[in-house]
Each structure stands twice: as C-alpha cells, then as structure tokens.
Design a protein around this ligand. Structure first.
Ligand code: NZQ
Ligand code: ZN
Length: 386
C-alpha cells in the first residue's frame, strides 16, 4: 500500500498560561448547563485548579456535580460509579480535570452514560462505541498521554487484572492546556509523561516503510523537542517555555498526526499495560521507561524488516548507529531519574509467567511482530521483561 492515510481531528485546543478560567465559557457556548466534574485523588484541590474551574463554571452559569477519586490507572469500578450518577442526575456533559487517568475514565463515563449495557464491553470488543456519548471537555493537569487530544481510553478491571484500551466515537470537544498548572507535578510524573510521549512517537515510527518522509521528520522532531524540554525542566520545574513545549509535543505525539501513513508497532504499550494492570502502583511512563530499550534492542537483533526504520531514527535523532542511539536514549531516561528494571518497581522474576499469561489475553496487532505468549516466555524475548 503506498503512503496514504485518513486524519481527522476535531478537538479545540486552548494552550497558554491562565487559560483554566475560560472553561466555563467554552461549555456554555454549547448550551450545556450541568456537568459531572471528574477528578483524581486530590491534586487539583492542593494546587488551586479546582477552585479556578469552579469559579469559571459559576461565572458561566454551569452547574456541576463533583466526582473525585479516579485513581492513576483508572478502574472500571470507579467508571461504573460515575455512570450511575450521570444516569440519575441529569448530567449533560463530562468535564475531566486531571491527567490521562481522569481523561480516560471520563471518556468511558461519557459513553457508559448513554449505554444500556456495561461500557466494559467496548474494551472487550463486544460492543460498539456509542455515537451519542455525552460531550467531554478537559482541563489537563499532566501531559504525556495525549488523552486530551484523542479518542483513546485505557481502563483496568481490577477483578481480572485486565488493563484494556478502547476507542470511542469522539475525542474531547475542548481541551484546556495550561502549562503553569503542571509546575506542581512531582518530577517523576513529568519524567513519566515525557517518556510516554517518546514511546508514543517510537511506537508509531518503528517498522516504518520509509515512504512517509514528512511524518517521520515530524515524528523525530517531536522526540527531539521532548528531550530538550524535559532536560531543561530538570531542576527548573516552574520554567514556562520548556513546560509549554513539552505539553504541545505530548499532545501532538498521539493525536494521530505523528503517525499519518505509518504502519505502527505498539508492542511496548501492550507489554506495559500488562505490567501496570498486574501492579497498578507502576506509573505508565515508568513502565515504558523500563521496557523501551530492551524491546528496541530485541527488534534490532531479530526483526530485519524493522531495521531500516531504526537506522533512520538513530541517524536523525543522535547521528549515530542503532545500538549507540538506544544506549543514549536509555541513559537519558536514567539521567531524568526513571527506573530501568522491573525489580526497581517491585516486580520479581517469579512474576514473569503471570505477566506472560496476562499478555496472552491481548490480541496484539503490530506491524513489527504480533508477540505471542510463547514469545513472551522464550528466553530471548524475555529480555523485554528484565
Ligand atoms: O490523582 P491526582 O491527585 O490528580 O494525582 C495525579 C496522579 O497521582 C498526579 N497529578 C496529575 N496532575 C498533577 C498531579 N499532581 C500534581 N500536580 C498536577 N498538576 O499525577 C499522577 C498521575 O496522573 P495520571 O493521570 O495517572 O497520569 P497520566 O497522565 O500519565 O495517565 C496515565 C494513564 O493514561 C493511560 C495509561 O495507561 C494510564 O492508565 N494512557 C492513555 C492513553 C490515551 N488515552 O491515549 C495512551 C497512553 O499510552 C496511556 O496508555
Ligand atoms: Zn502511553
């Protein structure tokens, strides 16, 4: 298939300092008068974002019902609790105020609110995503996932330890990205978001057929921007300009534009979702930090058709060979303070068979190789679970 793609993006992005206060007006423009305000475990109360959102809603005459407590690696149980509130309290839209976890859960809530069956069926591929989900608005407080700019959502069923993605009919209508708000992030979360973005870009890049010149150049430029911005923020976390650039690179990293026409891999994400589904205390970006370099080395060694893309990547990002480029990237992650082994995040060698069993439950489509449970258990492939 020659270079070709569909690209469709409908989210209005508003990025800048002190933009949180416009959210009420944006919602009012759509004639919405009552929203469910969804949030995580309290960071927005501590950094003042909640008060600013509420003031903006009140000024615009938009009523809100609060729904706090969405955990990192959001759970199906929490989604279902919020769906009931939407169904019984006349909620017209969902306003997510938080990071990727709050945004992802909110997409599920917005869909579940109009479904008769359980929204988990969308994650299992047993039900189509509803066309008429409640509208979703977001005030982003942590960049990395690009959930503010796409229709993806990842939710964990804690009963079965399954962490699964679903793709809903619509991305958020409006996303507010105020970089100033992200100065309150713990450094390890800034790092996790940065590595998540780099991983999204690599997952789209590896296995490219090399016809997609514009997309590959754009993609690697975004990787370079993330490395520059995150490095500039280390020790200077309140600096506006690198923070704003990091936010924008993250949003563009997974709104589709950095993958136009690329065949796409996603194996590292499949592997990571198994890890954080198994152990929800593992932050998504930290899991990716651990898995990325071993996986790239494995691909370079074992998958000849993916080598040209790795060679171009290494040349364009670091002007060197593949092995050296992988080593430099992984050293960069460590220099930012990211973990480099599963042991460091509390996962033991003895857990690997269970991880492989969970991995087998995913129908992993990849342009590089559809990894199987056998792959995951083979001594050679095991290097991806160091
Ligand atoms: O819960 P609160 O109290 O808000 O604290 C959060 C959480 O503890 C905190 N935080 C967020 N903004 C803050 C802040 N703390 C201080 N100041 C702020 N401004 O940071 C912690 C992590 O937040 P979370 O939302 O969990 O992080 P992230 O944005 O990395 O989201 C991770 C989730 O997104 C999924 C991941 O699998 C994971 O479940 N993904 C979603 C994708 C998508 N929709 O396209 C793609 C990604 O590949 C990813 O899989
Ligand atoms: Zn990710």
């Amino acid at each position: 298939m020659p270079f070709s793609f569909d690209f469709h993006s409908t989210t209005k992005i508003i990025l800048g300092p002190n933009k949180v206060g416009v959210i009420g007006q944006e919602i009012k423009k759509d004639h919405i008068t009552k929203v469910l305000l969804t949030a995580g475990e309290g960071s927005i109360r501590r950094n003042g974002v909640y008060d600013r959102v509420v003031a903006s809603l009140q000024a615009a005459g938009v009523e809100h019902v609060d729904f706090f407590g969405i955990p990192p690696n959001p759970t199906l149980a929490k989604v279902n609790e919020a769906v009931q509130i939407c169904k019984t309290q006349g909620i017209q839209a969902v306003l997510a105020v938080g990071g990727g976890s709050t945004n992802d859960a909110s997409k599920a809530i917005a869909a579940g609110a109009v479904m008769e069956g359980n929204v988990w069926d969308c994650y299992l591929g047993k039900a189509a995503a509803p066309e008429n989900s409640l509208p979703l608005y977001t005030v982003l407080t942590m960049s990395g996932t690009a959930s503010e700019y796409n229709n993806g959502s990842v939710v964990t069923n804690t009963e079965t330890k399954e962490k699964r993605p679903a793709f809903f009919a619509h991305p958020p209508r409006v996303s507010i990205i105020d970089p100033v708000v992200q100065a309150s992030l713990p450094w390890r979360q800034t790092v996790a978001g940065s590595i998540d973005t780099i991983s999204h870009l690599l997952e789209q890049y590896i296995g490219a057929k090399m016809e997609e010149d514009v997309t590959l150049n754009l993609n690697v430029a975004l990787q370079r921007s993330v490395i520059t911005a995150c490095t500039a923020l280390q020790g200077h976390e309140s600096e506006y300009t690198p923070r704003a650039n990091l936010c924008w690179a993250a949003s563009l990293g997974l709104n589709g534009i950095a993958g136009c026409g690329l065949p796409q891999d996603w194996n590292v994400h499949w592997l990571e979702h198994v890890v954080s589904g198994f152990s929800p205390r593992v932050t998504h970006g930290e899991g990716l930090a651990i898995l990325t370099a071993p996986y790239m080395r494995w691909v370079h060694k074992n998958i000849p058709h993916a080598r040209p893309s790795l060679e171009r990547w290494a040349h364009d990002l670091y002007n060197c060979g593949v092995e050296e480029a992988i080593n430099r990237l992984s050293a960069q992650f460590v220099a930012w303070g990211a973990p480099a082994s599963l042991r460091q995040v509390g996962i033991a060698e003895a857990d690997v068979p269970e991880l492989a069993r969970l991995f087998a439950g995913y129908g992993c489509e990849s342009s590089v190789k559809n990894l199987t449970q056998e792959d995951a258990l083979e001594r050679e492939t095991r290097c991806v679970w160091p």
